[in-house]
Design a protein around this ligand. Structure first.
Ligand code: SF4
Length: 357
């Protein structure tokens, strides 16, 4: 088996070793794998079994991550591996995240090969996505370093379920993150994801207050499970009070999948209701996602109200910001990372193959 030495673990007095990467704190006997499946004890040490191996590479619009305030219209070179440290019953990517079949990992690539390929295709950034990059932290960190050496920005799409020490290392090399805030109750986290709410909130607080990482938040609304007015109000007020009004919040539509295939898709009216609740809580940038909703998908200037980026799903229909991200009508700065806008990549998805040496 092709493995890579893993960091973030220690030996226990009872002969097991404990993984210190995420709050699941897996304790392993020889040969056992953690709950994420990709970290394993081999010869008394922890190894990462997916270093350099991917479930596939694609070029996506950055809006798909979703990031609406991080170089809008740019293309992002996206990849993931296999496994996940959460166990969401509603997983929308379960064929990858729940994979126990390493043969799925067809594409192999070193960090430098990824950075060079992204640069060759004109991508502004590389995203660690599809499954949670926390569990392949060593591969993601090395790739992020290589990307920076090639002038490519880095994006983590994550549930934010990670311990403090690896969190520092991981986000020291990330430029942006979209963090899933899957709900705002401990009950939902425990029963629907197998995780806990508090560490996710800690990650959001850490990112916003202690790093320069650009952060956006996504909440997938599942009918009857996390979409009550009371929960959405509590979530929105927490974001506004603890992180401030300029952190973008995306409410996205659930589609029946995996173990929650008996629950209907999220009605568009639920997304609009959530958006109104969050705007009433004081948030400036609240979006609906996975639906055609031009108003809910567009960015409005928080000062004069002009639509500064008009979107339909992942397509940009109009762009009215200058290169530093100021509104063309009133000059008010829009929060985010911006540059010269020279047209949008558009709602395409371009598969790319990298072959190992
Ligand atoms: S990263 Fe994987 S092995 Fe480590 S504690 Fe989390 S689930 Fe367990």
């Amino acid at each position: 088996m092709d493995t890579h030495p893993a960091r973030y673990w220690h030996a226990l007095d009872d002969g097991r070793i404990q993984c210190d990467l995420c709050p699941r704190d897996c304790r392993l006997h020889e040969g056992q794998r953690g709950a994420c499946f990709v970290r394993q004890r081999v010869d008394g040490k922890m190894v990462l079994t997916t270093y350099g191996r991917s479930s596939g590479f694609c070029i996506d619009p950055i809006e798909k991550k979703p990031l609406n305030h991080f170089y809008p219209g740019s293309s992002v070179f996206s990849f993931g591996t296999a496994g996940c440290n959460l166990a969401c019953k509603f997983c929308q990517n379960w064929d990858i995240s729940k994979s126990r079949d390493m043969d799925r990992l067809m594409d192999a690539a070193s960090p430098v090969e990824i950075a060079k390929t992204a640069a060759r295709h004109g991508c502004r950034s590389v995203a660690f996505t599809y499954n949670d990059p926390v569990i392949f932290a060593e591969y993601a960190i090395d790739t992020a370093i290589a990307c920076h050496e090639h002038g490519i920005a880095t994006v983590a799409v994550t549930a934010g379920y990670i311990h403090a020490e690896p969190r520092r290392d991981f986000y020291a090399v990330m430029d942006a993150a979209n963090v899933d805030l899957k709900a705002f109750t401990e009950d939902f986290y425990v029963h629907q994801t197998g995780a806990h709410l508090a560490p996710v909130l800690d990650t959001l607080l850490y990112l916003h207050h202690e790093t320069p990482v650009w952060v956006e938040i996504t909440t997938l609304l599942i009918p009857g499970l996390n979409d009550s007015d009371a929960e959405l109000t509590a979530l929105s007020k927490w974001v506004a009070n603890e992180l401030g009004p300029d952190v973008p919040l995306h409410f996205t539509a659930f589609h029946p999948d995996y173990k929650l295939d008996q629950i209907p898709p999220t009605p568009p009216a639920t997304l609009s209701r959530a958006r109104q609740i969050a705007r009433d809580a004081g948030l400036h940038y609240v979006y609906t996602g996975n639906v055609h909703d031009t108003d809910g998908g567009s960015t409005h200037c928080p000062s004069c109200g002009q639509v500064v980026i008009e979107r339909d799903w992942y397509a940009i229909l109009a762009y009215r910001l200058n290169a530093s991200g100021a509104c063309s009508a009133c000059g008010h700065p829009v929060a985010g990372r911006f540059g010269e806008f020279s047209g949008a990549f558009g709602p395409r998805r371009v598969p790319v193959h990298i072959h190992a040496n």
